[in-house]
Design a protein around this ligand. Sequence first.
Ligand code: SF4
Length: 714
Amino acid sequence: MSEPPLPVRESGTPSAPEPDPRSVPESDTHCPYCALQCGTRLRGARAAEVTVRPADFPVNRGRLCQKGWTAPQVLSAADRLTRPLVRRPDGRLAEASWDVALDRVAEGLRGIRDRHGPDGVAVFGGGGLTNEKAYLLGKFARLALGTSQIDYNGRFCMSSAAAAGNAAFGLDRGLPFPVTDLGEAQTVLLAGANVAETMPPLMQHLDQAELIVMDPRRTATARRAALHLQPAPGTDLALALGLLHIAAVDGLLDRDYIRTRTRGFDDALRRAMAWWPERVEALTGVPASDQRRAVRMLAGARNAYVLTGRGVEQHSTGTDTVAGFVNLALALGLPGRTGSGYGCLTGQGNGQGGREHGQKADQLPGYRSITDPAARAHVAGVWGVTPDRLPGPGRSAYELLDALGGEHGPRGLLVFGSNPVVSAPRSAHLTDRLAALDLLVVADFVPSETARMADVVLPVTQWAEEEGTLTNLEGRVLRRRALLSPPPQVRSDLEVLRDLAVRLGEPAGRWSADPREVFDELRAASRGGRADYSGISYRRLDARESLHWPCPDAPGRHPGTPRLFLDRFAHPDGRARFTAVDHQGPAEDIGPAYPLYATTGRVLAHYQSGAQTRRVAELTGAVPEPFVEVHPDTAVRSGVVDGSLARISSARGSMTARVRVDPTMRLDTVFAPFHFPGDGRANLFTHPALDPRSGMPEFKVCAVRLEPLPGATP
Ligand code: SF4
């Protein structure tokens, strides 16, 4: 069904008086996109006039990428949502007052709860939401709705690394050290991370290091590497096991570190000993000589780091695969050492904070487990309720989306800060599930593909219009500061949640919409948890203190913890854990009907589902449409030519994309970015197989067929 166009409004504050040029407002804040959270200074009195300059902030040191430079353009997007929209009986979305829209939502939610119970309604959040929003969203789901059915798109981002990090170190913080520490590295292994495109300013911290890049594609990052390991998609863990094998056989292990700081090495090594270099080469395609060279580079470096990204995480075996790289780092004695370490490169803007404060199905604020009685009692106490008011764990993100509208699944869904129609796997199926709902509510600032399906659309603030905090990939808590007032009829997500909670019968005094007050409540809820923010305050952040969690509210002002694990890991005995893991193939292998591996990812010019970056002319000019990268020989075999339109099909569905012939591609692999809507959605073909521990879908590998698009002229 084609959606009618949404009402279009001018954004910003066009009726405001001309600003006095001597008093143009400025604001020190951070980029709205990725987890590097580059520091920026914004200037401007109106949305269409805002300019951005990079700040001399430690992670970006005066640099921004193309997305950061152009971010202000989203503030004045032509189709910015500036009025609530409610779907009319004729199927069209029409402008409505806030009272009408919120009453419709509350009435719909109450009706579903009455008919189907509290789990009949669900909430889906996002890894770009501020800490305050993520926290209040979790509280809203558990208290105002009473539902266990809440999860978020961060589940699709780095949940496998989180699961592996918790198992290995007893704590999950993307980088347990500041980004600037990387400047001292001699060797860095980047496993499945294309930082030259996804967070370019980070590359300046790697200038001095010899890079080993592990990626099935010859990415921009791989082109800058001293050594590029190019394994077949879905074989990363075999390669990690092989590297550990070589380290052991060649006498390159840090035996003293293994003995004094870890447990479980022998079991892990036993698995790795079955992966000798030639066997790994046969499976992965990575020459044994390159494997040996990689291990020598890592083991011989004075300072070395192993960093993982989405490439190794987004698999149905993602947790084990990350564990394979953690094992390698532990065997070489890297984690918890000054000048060396292991880390995971978080993706979304608040990917780190977003998974700490309660919008995850199994979690309460402070990175607490929702099944832990002490955690439940603590958080319930902060919220002023008894622990039995808190539901238990719900479904993980894909399981939740897959259940929507089904016999036992939620019948109503609230979406904040996410666009799952584009970003979730098997997206045609997901679109059907959304269409089967009794009520779909989307809070967003642009009419995303998901918002266009909604029964009620709630226009909310965007980054330069709001206050709050985010936590970047280093666990550093940052202040987001407003430059502009939002358009008159736009509200903050916090106001929306408060107003809905009160309409659903919650006492008004339990719900603040003031970011500072919400953060103070978050601090109390996190107190004593693994991600303890209780010693962090807006006042300290505004005084430019650099505060990494954990930062307890201790006497004498805790300085925060930029470097974790230097003395001990977070397990009770202080030791890290090896995990005995073994390679398993992907959920789906290639065969006659689908003879190629497909892998998906990001490009420099776009961010996640593209809902923001596709509204920036310079970015759409750089990458205007979906494409598929393919080796020239594979293109010939498939009957497609460079520049033509092709269809990429799996057993689940097909996308349409422009062919880009690239001789650096593997012969057995094609690549497509996932930023585009409609027929250009790469997630039409991706596989929804889930990692059993993290709930991560298998975005990075599935079997496809490439063929010319019928009727398209080459
Ligand atoms: Fe920095 Fe990431 Fe923004 Fe680029 S997208 S400017 S790397 S925070």
